[in-house]
Design a binder for this molecule. Sequence first.
Ligand code: C2E
Ligand code: MG
Ligand code: MG
Ligand code: MG
Length: 283
Amino acid sequence: RAKAAGRNTVRVYDESMNTKAAEQLHLASKMRAALGKSEFTLHYQPQFDLKTGQIIGAEALVRWRHPELGLVPPGKFIPVAENSGLIVEMGEWIVLEACRQAKIWQNEGLGPIVVGINISPIQFRRGDVEKLVSTALKLTELPPELVELELTESLLLEDSEHLKIILQNLRSLGLSFSIDDFGTGYSNLSYLKHFEVERLKIDQSFIRRLTEDAHDEAIVSAIIQVANSLQLQLIAEGIEDQNTLNRLIELGCAQGQGYYWSPALPADEFKQFVLRHRAQLST
Ligand code: C2E
Ligand code: MG
Ligand code: MG
Ligand code: MG
């Protein structure tokens, strides 16, 4: 009986796995079509210098404008895009689109606004990020100083010579790097010695309850020390209220982004936001 039940359990498990795999395949094929139909769009979330209050950058965040489902957040489709390899093609569009937009803002005198572009580890593994970025910079004529590539800790943990060379070549184009979701990936920070980056992005999971949770505060404080001693820039993600902002400033954090100021916005709304913000600062 136990054996039969065991077999049964295994079969049920297998079927649900198949259903899940089938769903993912289905979603991947819909995404492939969506890429062709320009259903993807980038929204931009402003980033702030906490001392001057100025907007220093914009993180590009992809959304799927689905004809029936409406605006689909990346958490719902990026993992599928990664598993299916579609992230390579999608990432090509994202990099080009973000650079194109940043160049428009530069032409409009909105800058200097550094555009942060999220790059999946899969893009490094299966795509040619170096060629992609250099082509985008050439095509759009965007100054490379206005581009920051957001890398994940998991990528840098690969510690491969190949990756080191790619990142060096990218750096020699003149752009900068940040480490996204910093603090969530790994406790050993030795990779910071092998890969040069300009900025750490403290993950929002440590910011959310900063003013209530002593552990979170201790972690954030430690991350701020690490950034200071390594002379890296540091930005806190997910700032939602004034108290959290005040605490971060007290702790010595210099940059932030979050719903306290604004969620990610369509490009035209982002521009209006910057203009309004600038007018407010100067009064
Ligand atoms: P991420 O790169 O860490 O982006 C930050 C996420 O936090 C964004 O979610 C942003 O909308 C959200 N966020 C910003 N401020 C706040 C806040 O104050 N409170 C809360 N609760 N959330 C806030 P989003 O846009 O849903 O993106 C989720 C993740 O999807 C990103 O995390 C990134 O890992 C991935 N992603 C988004 N766009 C791209 C892309 O173009 N390429 C790649 N490879 N991944 C992307
Ligand atoms: Mg990011
Ligand atoms: Mg993040
Ligand atoms: Mg994240």
